[in-house]
Design a protein around this ligand. Sequence first.
Ligand SMILES: [Zn+2]
Length: 136
Amino acid sequence: MDDCIFCKIVKGEIPCSKVYEDNHVIAFLDIAPASKGHTLIVPKEHYEIIPNVPNALLEKTIDVVKKIGCALLKENDGFNVMQNNRKAAEQLVPHVHFHVIPRNNGDGLDVAKWKSSKYAEGEMEEMLAKLKDNMR
Ligand SMILES: [Zn+2]
């Protein structure tokens, strides 16, 4: 993908603050962090969303998510892992990536807060059936 910002970072055409790199995966600091240490973990090969990524590569990517999370836990109380697929889910760069966001007690970040909703009568069973059907 010629116009993909993450592909350009992978090729070294755009500089980044590289935290980790191997043959398949790169991790670098987000330039607009939710908190200090916010890291992006990106498979080097271009895929738009999770369903496109071969399982072996996804596993390698998650290994790096774990590595970064472990490192961040040495300096922080916790971390969030976020991964967005498509614009509807607020994916800004259409190249699969994971956010690892350091958290500390009382930091007040809104990262993982959503307003809970409720199922109407019978709606949960309907959703369950539909989802299970779509997994076939
Ligand atoms: Zn890309």
